[in-house]
Ligand binder design. Structure first.
Ligand SMILES: NC(=O)c1ccc[n+]([C@@H]2O[C@H](COP(=O)([O-])OP(=O)(O)OC[C@H]3O[C@@H](n4cnc5c(N)ncnc54)[C@H](OP(=O)(O)O)[C@@H]3O)[C@@H](O)[C@H]2O)c1
Length: 312
């Protein structure tokens, strides 16, 4: 069932069996990392429901190939592509400048992420641990730069993870404000979990500061989708992800995960944000994630990295 996630047509075949309700109010939705994985499947679902989607890809050719596949399935698909690398502030600024002339956005899905972080620590060109920048710091800058293109009210979704909480498999989450870039004791599990925790601080602090402007950010865990990690792994881990884990009761499919991303992006934009959803349920995130002082400390840290206040 899940062997061919990277094969052309795999996601399409699964989604074709789904029933879509054509939305009478098409929305313009931006999704980052829409060229593959859950982001691609989410784009497909939104497109089938009649929405206009702008997807981003790091690689121009990969983005165009994704759009061609989407249009092949639906020649009326209103889908655009743009290049975006969240690992570079300069690239984020370039992308935001390109979006200046685009139609206003009704929703943004910050989906792009590094599912399997590098085994050795990597810093971005901006000097930030790569996972933290791609999942959290980059999306903060991007949201601010796009603010003038966002309709009010607007739903913004951060694709988060239940792994932000302590007690999950692998190295524990542990965000040390004295060492946010994990210079001491880097571990890929921890890098991922810290970045996912920081996303929740972002949602919390953003709602406190800017929720009143109608720009509402929520964090949503789409569930555990083993198949999307297959391409980034080798050996026994790859075999487990490909053949065993997809059948476990705690795993979900790429299509179901995409449905969750799409549903939250299409929720009533008037609803307040700052919430965390585990799948379809509003869930209390970890104690750390609810800590206002830590959320504010993270905000200050990001401002230091950006070299200016976070403003919209
Ligand atoms: N799979 C799961 O079990 C699971 C569970 C909870 C949450 N999530 C989250 O769901 C989101 C999507 O994950 P997925 O499973 O679909 O992963 P995926 O198949 O690996 O897709 C990741 C996407 O992010 C893009 N990306 C990576 N680095 C980027 C960068 N520097 N700048 C811009 N885009 C970048 C990738 O582009 P390239 O093609 O250029 O690499 C790709 O489009 C992630 O945020 C992930 O953390 C996943």
């Amino acid at each position: 069932m899940c062997n061919g996630i990277s094969e052309p047509g795999f996601v399409e075949k699964l989604i074709m069996n789904e029933t879509f309700h054509h939305d009478v109010n098409p929305r313009h939705i931006l999704i980052t990392g829409g060229n593959r994985g859950i982001g691609y499947a989410t784009t497909f679902q939104l497109m089938r429901a009649g929405h206009v989607v702008t997807l981003t890809a790091r690689d121009k050719a990969a983005g165009q190939a994704a759009v061609e596949r989407l249009r092949h399935e639906n020649n009326r698909a209103d889908v655009n592509v743009a290049t975006l690398d969240l690992g570079s502030f300069a690239a984020i600024r370039r992308f935001a400048a390109e979006m200046e002339t685009a139609q206003p956005l009704d929703a943004v899905i910050h989906n792009a992420g590094i599912l399997v972080p590098a085994s050795e620590r990597r810093l971005t060109i901006d000097g930030i641990e790569e996972c933290l920048q791609v999942h959290t710091v980059g999306p903060i800058l991007l949201t601010c730069l796009l603010a003038s293109r966002l309709r009010r009210p607007c739903r913004i979704v951060l694709v988060a993870s239940s792994l932000h909480a302590p007690g999950t498999h692998g190295k524990e989450v542990g965000f040390d404000f004295a060492d946010p870039n994990l210079a001491r004791g880097y571990n890929p599990d921890r890098a991922y979990k810290n970045a996912k925790l920081a996303q929740l601080w972002f949602a919390l602090e953003w709602e406190r500061r800017f929720g009143g402007t109608g720009l509402h950010i929520d964090a949503v865990c789409p569930g555990f989708v083993p198949v999307t990690a297959v391409r980034s792994t080798t050996g026994m881990r790859r075999l487990m992800l490909k053949y065993a884990l997809p059948w476990m009761p705690f795993a979900t499919s790429v299509v179901k995960a995409a449905r969750i991303e799409a549903e939250w992006a299409l929720r009533d934009p008037e609803e307040p944000g700052g919430r965390y959803f585990d799948g379809r349920k509003i869930t209390e995130p970890s104690e750390d994630a609810r800590d206002d002082t830590k959320a504010q400390a993270f905000w200050t840290l990001v401002q230091t990295w950006l070299g200016h206040p976070i403003e919209i």
